[in-house]
Design a protein. Sequence first.
Length: 227
Amino acid sequence: MPDLELSDGIDLEQDLDDTYIRKLAARGQKRAFKRNEHLYFQGDAAGQVYVLNSGTVKATCTDENGHETLLKIHGPGSLLGLSALRPHALRDANGIALEAVETTCFSRDEFFNYMRADGELGVLLVRVLLKRQQHLHARVSDVTGHSVEQRLARVLLQLNAEVATRTPPGVDPVLPITHEELATLVLSRRQYVTAILRGFVSDGMIENKRRRIRVLRPERLNRILAG
């Protein structure tokens, strides 16, 4: 298996609640991005922090051979580009819109000024960083304590729950994710993940089309996760 940088993966909790999203949206600069458009590039100077108002963004890392590794999927309410809070920092990842997204953008100095003026924002930021560290530890534990099949079931259930919050009632959530991206999230090989997904399809648990997965029997995925 190639060396992968661990991340906290899929996080269903918002970094910011709706009140803070609205509060920051009234202060920062609105920026919209199209599907597959970069919010920022790995290696660029990091000078801006983003609040994700709508849509989803993936964080990826590209190695010297051009191989792209999925680190995290961000949903609405996420803080993006926190590397900008370090002085003279460079982006350590790419931020790429998975669909049309809307953000509120702040320069590093603007964000620090808001933190100085609003102590609660500073507390929220500390909680975000601690939560991401906790999820990193949980992911390491998951790798050592669960099979790839169980880890894949967990990721599909989490993604399905997150996408369902943004899907109209009566419409089945569709997960726009590739086998390669799923393999990175569960720290396994793409070929092995593809084989497991075929088994899930045969058992009627999911529908799997090109970059589009539908969870049909979540209760059966939960049984796999429970062991």
